[in-house]
Design a protein around this ligand. Structure first.
Ligand SMILES: Nc1ncnc2c1ncn2[C@@H]1O[C@H](COP(=O)(O)OP(=O)(O)O)[C@@H](O)[C@H]1O
Ligand SMILES: [Mg+2]
Length: 378
């Protein structure tokens, strides 16, 4: 765990970059520092590897003050990734990645083997090993930067806006792969970004910095969206935080029902008195086939022979959020979302009212308890 204890940084000239910051960054988790430009995020990050020395307060790693280590020694145990990758232009990709192993005096063969292994890990083709940074795209260079930071398998990674300089499509790819990698590696990560969406996507915990180096809130993404500590945080998160919060409410918390669900071999007469004008037709395995409009049914026959309106997309009751379910309901011809299990079989149907019930339940569960109303940063 990385612990900030009352850390203040005042630069010569009087700028207060950090104002009495205290927080914990738990082991094996991603803590994101987010906030306005100049809010002190980079300064805070750099106090961990002693690129910045606090004016007062201290930073501890697993209870030990970082000042007990020489900076060079400390930094070998801490991966560091920055915005434009910061690669050495005159070194090949494999030698860039092997920077720290070389410093640790690994032999060349072992260092390069490690570099090649990491290239595969971060999704770089082996053929790039002998290229130079300028021969790679921005996104590929960032992957090299991540691989380099991981080379000596440090338990801690500091990442300062590592994905900010690439286009949105590549950024999404890098974020997804970063999360996949972290699932395997369980590093203790401090990740700086100015992008709230990135913070919410990547962070297990989010620390919000306000101008003047003040830490205003530290919470899980869910709690941050549900209960911003003050107007600054609320404004910073944005007006659609209500919609975004739906991503954290499991669709399984919505009441599902089986009204107006009929198998394909049902006679059409039985479908006529369906409420709401639509019947969901399922096969013998309970796989949804489509919606039948009751006003357009033929005089006789079975539902399986009727022209069905496509379902659009279903939602997975075991893994999807209310946001996915609501999207399915909005796009559905019947206005109802079809919930399935992992095998694609019907679990139940939810309309928009059912989904708002799930939201109301989550709201009730998120009522602030006085002791933690502003998180541990407030
Ligand atoms: N080396 C420095 N000397 C003087 N002021 C600095 C220095 N580095 C950062 N600052 C100032 O400290 C404040 C916080 O900067 P920084 O930590 O880079 O913010 P962020 O990363 O949140 O954008 C800013 O006002 C910045 O201008
Ligand atoms: Mg910065």
């Amino acid at each position: 765990m990385i612990t900030f204890e009352g850390v203040t940084k005042r630069y010569p000239g009087g700028t207060v970059a950090l104002d009495d910051v205290s927080l914990d960054c738990p082991t094996g988790r991603i803590t994101v520092f987010v906030g306005t430009s100049g809010g002190g995020k980079t300064t805070a990050l750099r106090t961990v590897n002693r690129m910045v020395e606090p004016t007062s307060g201290r930073v501890l790693i697993d209870g030990q003050d970082v000042r007990e280590h020489k900076p060079a020694e400390l930094r070998r145990g801490i991966g560091y990734v920055i915005q434009h990758a910061g690669l050495f232009p005159h070194r090949t990709i494999e030698d860039n990645i092997a920077t720290v192993p070389y410093l640790l005096r690994w032999n060349k063969k072992k260092a390069r083997a490690r570099a090649h292994e990491l290239m595969e890990r971060v999704g770089l083709e082996r053929a790039m090993a002998r290229r130079y940074p300028f021969q790679l795209s921005g996104g590929q260079q960032q992957r090299v930067g991540v691989a380099r930071a991981l080379a000596a398998d440090p338990p801690i990674m500091l990442m300062d806006e590592p994905f900010s300089a690439v286009d949105p499509v590549v950024r999404t790819e890098l974020q997804d792969e970063f999360l996949r990698l972290q699932e395997e590696l369980h590093k203790t990560i401090v990740f700086v970004t100015h992008d709230v969406d990135e913070a919410i996507k990547l962070g297990d915990r989010i620390a919000v910095f306000q101008t003047g180096g003040r830490l205003v809130q530290v919470d899980s993404p869910e709690t941050l969206l549900a209960r911003p500590a003050n107007d600054f945080v609320a404004g910073f998160i944005g007006h659609d935080r209500g919609i975004r919060r739906l991503s954290f409410i499991p669709a399984s918390s919505a009441p599902l029902h089986e009204r107006d669900v009929l198998p394909a071999d049902t006679q059409v007469e039985r479908a006529r008195d369906a409420s709401g004008g639509w019947v969901l037709v399922v096969d013998a395995d309970r796989r949804p086939l489509g919606w039948a409009a009751t006003g357009a049914l033929p005089g006789s026959g079975v539902l399986g022979d009727v022209d069905l309106a496509p379902i659009g997309h279903t939602f997975d009751v075991t893994g999807d959020s209310v946001r996915a379910a609501l999207d399915a309901a909005i796009l559905s011809p019947s206005g109802r979302a079809v919930g399935v299990d992992g095998a694609g079989r019907l679990v139940g149907v939810a309309d928009q009212h059912d989904l708002s019930t799930a939201i109301a339940r989550a709201d009730a569960a998120a009522e602030p308890r006085p002791a933690e109303a502003t998180g541990d940063g407030g």
